[in-house]
Design a protein around this ligand. Structure first.
Ligand code: HEC
Length: 127
């Protein structure tokens, strides 16, 4: 799927990212009990996304279907890939802390969320 339809593949990954982020935030707010296995699954999925992202923006995926990827990605592919790597590092650095306790999760999620936002600010269209 990654080769044949990179736009659909990256959007599907981002949807998963978002579902996992929402679940983590609900735990932080006490709307859901802390669940170390679910947190671990979220971090595993984010790590997977960070690894796959640089390969999901081939030249033939600038336009086509509905995509919110900005043309800047292809002009600054190196910086884009660095932001994906920074996201991967934030995920790796905070994984043990986040799965250990609710306090750890509360400390970890803002760092990971900032790495999401850092990339979106430059490379995702808001509408
Ligand atoms: C290295 C860059 C980068 C990182 C890191 C990143 N994103 Fe994204 N995200 C994008 C781009 C680019 C798009 C637009 C993709 C498209 O429409 O083709 C996007 C789209 C999305 C979308 C919309 C998906 C859709 O169906 O239109 C959501 C939701 C999202 N990201 C959530 C997240 C969350 C949550 C994180 C962190 C856990 C994250 N992203 C990390 C670059 C990134």
């Amino acid at each position: 799927m990654a080769q044949s339809d990179p736009i659909a593949a990256r959007k599907a990954l981002m949807k998963e990212n978002n579902n996992n982020a929402r679940a983590a935030v609900q735990m932080m707010r006490g709307q859901k009990p802390f669940d170390a296995a679910a947190v671990e699954a979220a971090f595993a999925q984010w790590a997977d996304t960070a690894q796959k992202l640089p390969g999901l923006f081939p030249d033939n995926s600038k336009t086509g279907q509905e995509t919110k990827a900005t043309p800047k990605i292809w002009q600054n592919k190196k910086d884009f890939d660095e932001k994906a790597a920074a996201f991967g590092k934030a995920v790796a650095d905070n994984r043990a802390k986040a799965t250990a306790s609710l306090d750890g999760l509360k400390a970890a999620i803002p760092v990971v969320g900032k790495a999401c936002d850092n990339c979106h600010e430059d490379y995702r269209l808001t509408q």
